[in-house]
Design a protein around this ligand. Structure first.
Ligand code: PGA
Length: 249
């Protein structure tokens, strides 16, 4: 099992273009390529600036959402060809904030993942339960269903390119992190689901990240868990030095 870890920052709706440039300058001076793949997922307007700033450094750039249609009358949306033209490497799909505030559903997640897989942009598919679902003991079934629905009708040779991010909603932006054991157990459950869908070989190759209050102080413990292949980092990715520490867990 030689999975490469991927640590991606998710800036959400933070940073102007000037702030993104300043981040990139500081971060790339510190950054040393390693076995861990690193990326920043930024608001759309900041993507060209980051692609340019990170060119030749090995640092990847990702979007935080996309529409599944190539073009059309969808006011306010951004298409995959538009992202391809800029040269982004990743696209987050189905983040819990999009599911919660923007009507993202398992069906739209599945459409977006399928459309992205026709290109070289790697989908980072987010799954995870909220506090109520966890307290009701429903989290395993829910997360497993989210994975199955997101990857519905996607063949194994395509599925293995997908990154899954397990992000318990109760741990996002709350400072309340899942314990490494809890996080590892849920990532293992996701891998079991992938094994059921695609068999051992494919499931073994797939990258499963953890996300939810990952910080310099807890990164190494989480990253060293057997089933956890990286992180999706919100708040702590906004500061270049903090993100650098996480990347160098
Ligand atoms: P957080 O966000 O690290 O601020 O908890 C993680 C995420 O939403 O991807």
């Amino acid at each position: 099992m030689a999975r490469k870890k991927i640590i991606a920052g998710n800036w959400k709706m933070y940073k102007t273009i000037a702030e993104a440039k300043a981040f990139a300058e500081t971060f790339k001076k510190k950054y040393q390529p390693s076995d861990v793949r690193v990326a920043i997922c930024a608001p759309y307007l900041q993507l060209p600036v980051l692609v340019e700033a990170f060119r030749g450094t090995g640092i990847g750039v990702g979007a935080q959402n996309v529409h599944y249609e190539a073009e059309g009358a969808f006011t306010g949306e951004i298409s995959i060809p538009m992202l391809e033209e800029i040269g982004v490497d990743y696209c987050i799909v189905g983040h819990s904030e999009r599911r919660q505030y923007f009507n993202e559903s398992d069906d739209t997640v599945n459409r977006k993942v399928k459309a992205l897989l026709k290109t070289s942009i790697i989908p980072i598919v987010c799954v995870g339960e909220d506090l109520q679902q966890k307290e009701a003991g429903y989290e395993k079934q829910l997360v497993s269903e989210q994975v199955k629905n997101a990857l519905h009708d996607i063949p194994a040779d395509k599925a293995e390119l997908i990154v899954i991010a397990y992000e318990p909603i109760w741990a996002i932006g709350t400072g309340r992190t899942a314990t490494p054991i809890q996080a590892n157990m849920m990532c293992e459950l996701i891998r079991d689901t992938l094994t059921e869908m695609y068999g051992d070989e494919t499931a073994d190759r797939m990258v499963i990240q953890y996300g939810g209050s990952v910080k310099p102080e807890n990164a190494s413990e989480i990253m060293n868990m057997e089933e956890i292949d990286g992180a999706l980092v919100g708040g702590a990715s906004l500061e270049p030095l903090k993100f650098h520490e996480i990347v160098n867990f």
